[in-house]
Write a protein that binds this ligand. Structure first.
Ligand code: SAM
Ligand code: SF4
Length: 469
């Protein structure tokens, strides 16, 4: 049944996404689940009848932002109610999974808390909220939100409608979820559950749908995507490399990426695929977290510095122009100056195109939180600044090295200056050029003029890809 407002207008949902690309994918799928109920997308919370916060629990700061946003939404809900209307508030994602009951206790204005494996049940949860509202009217007790944070026996993927989430020629495709690695700093195994790989046939069907609907680029997603071990049509287990080769054969696909990978799961076939699958883009995000063996061991990363460096060499042998990016955590408990120096040396040795670096954040329930030798915050701040200065130089050098070349750019959105559009190179660099917005979703040859710290300036090469004005 479709939800309509008393004024006959369709209901609107605003979904705010925090955190990683997997959450972006989940938000798109929540929109897909709500569409058959009549929910159109709202531009902001002000226009919405339902607001969903799709949350991230990876660092303390990320979780706390959710509670501040809930405070603002509670005020909006009170105002709406004074006008005789309502605002339904739902919290989804990893904070919902980890702190479900706590959210309802701390913020009674929340109507729904739904975990990352249960959001296909949103229609039923909304119906429960409506039944409660009808039964209890204005007397509805605070803290009466409905909660579904189970890891249901059925896979949500079997209950989701066809995906619609293509933005300017690019789409995410979730192929794997959860993680069994239990790094001692990380909440993912607790919030996303054990490792699960979608069957090959489901992934290929979704890939075909997305490509037919206009995706030129697919990014395969998983918390530990290269641990993929999905069941193939013949009952055998497929690796990520095999899946990539099969997706690469679907006509119409120009670009393929995957993220996030663990060094331990970079097998030979996957490394080889970087050399022989033309659609696989020459950019890989391969988090290492630290360059110190002592810290890698304390983090339970199951790889050392040497293994990481050997994988990088093998990848570069397979694909000479491969650009690498990584995640680093500074100030993990017990990290000494010498350990941090090892991290800086590893960065110098590898040379990264981009890096995401974080101060260690103590996450309740993880083994790292119980360690006694926590690093003082001011030390973490100083180390992060030093690391960012180094990787900033590397990113700029990498961007500058591409100046003067002509590269294909997938244009996606408006640029910063009037008349400018922005797109991505095969190495995931942002390129700004003067161009027509009708180029969004097209791959166009661009001459790169100048490289900066975070982007490049380019000019569109006149040619067959030009869109007539
Ligand atoms: N699966 C990926 C891997 O093995 O590296 C990482 C996924 S995690 C969602 C994304 C990044 O968040 C991690 O690579 C790590 O750098 C960072 N992160 C996770 N837990 C953290 C914590 N407690 N404090 C700071 N950063 C953290
Ligand atoms: Fe978290 Fe990645 Fe480690 Fe899994 S492998 S526990 S997702 S950091």
């Amino acid at each position: 049944m479709k939800d309509v407002r008393t004024d006959g207008q369709p209901k609107r949902v605003f979904i705010r996404t925090y955190g990683c690309q997997m959450n972006v994918y989940d938000s798109d799928r929540m929109a897909d689940v709500l569409r058959p109920l009549g929910y159109a997308l709202a531009e902001g919370p002000e226009q919405a009848d339902l607001v969903v916060l799709n949350t991230c629990h990876i660092r303390e700061h990320a979780s706390e932002k959710v509670y501040s946003e809930l405070g603002r939404l509670r005020a909006a809900k009170t105002e709406r109610r004074a006008e005789g209307r309502d605002l339904t508030i739902a919290v989804a994602g990893c904070v919902a999974q980890a702190e479900g009951e706590e959210i309802i206790r701390r913020q009674p204005a929340v109507d729904i808390v739904v975990g990352s494996q249960a959001y296909h049940r949103l229609p039923e949860l909304l119906a429960q909220v409506a039944r409660k509202a009808a039964g209890e009217g204005a007397k509805r007790a605070p803290g009466a939100g409905v909660l579904d944070t189970e890891f249901p026996p059925e896979s949500k993927f079997d209950h989701l409608p066809s995906p619609q989430g293509i933005r300017a020629g690019s789409a995410f495709l979730s192929i794997q979820e959860g993680c069994d690695k239990f790094c001692t700093f990380c909440v993912v195994p607790y919030t996303r559950g054990m490792e699960y790989s979608r069957p090959v046939s489901a992934v290929l069907a979704e890939a075909r749908q997305l490509i037919e609907a206009g995706a030129l680029e697919l990014t395969l997603l998983g918390q530990n995507v290269n641990a993929y071990h999905g069941e193939g049509p013949d009952g055998s287990t497929w690796t990520l490399a095999r899946l990539i080769r099969a997706i690469g054969e679907i006509p119409g696909l120009a670009r393929l990426r995957y993220t996030t990978s663990h060094p331990r799961d970079m097998d030979e076939d996957l490394i080889a695929a970087h050399g022989d699958v033309p659609q696989l883009m020459p950019y890989l995000h391969l988090p290492v977290q630290s360059g110190s063996d002592r810290i890698l061991d304390a983090m339970n990363r199951r790889h050392d510095r040497d293994l990481y460096l050997r994988i990088v060499d093998r990848l570069r042998n397979a694909r000479a122009d491969l650009a690498l990016s990584s995640d680093f955590i500074v100030g993990f408990p017990g990290e000494s100056d010498a350990d941090f120096d090892d991290t800086m040396r590893l960065i110098q040795q590898v040379g990264f195109a981009s890096v995401y670096a974080f101060r260690y954040s103590r996450r309740p329930g993880t083994p790292g939180a119980a360690l006694t030798d926590q690093v003082p915050e001011n030390v973490k701040v100083a180390r992060l600044a030093a690391l960012q200065a180094l990787v900033g130089q590397q990113a700029r050098a990498f961007n500058e090295s591409k100046a003067g070349t002509i590269v294909p750019v997938l244009f996606a959105e408006a640029g910063r200056k009037p008349g400018q559009i922005m797109g991505k190179t095969p190495w995931l660099q942002s390129v700004y050029a003067q161009g027509d917005p009708r180029l969004f979703g097209h791959i166009v040859d661009v001459r790169l003029i100048e490289g900066y710290a975070n982007s490049l300036l380019g000019e569109i090469v006149v040619g067959p890809y030009e869109v007539a004005a």
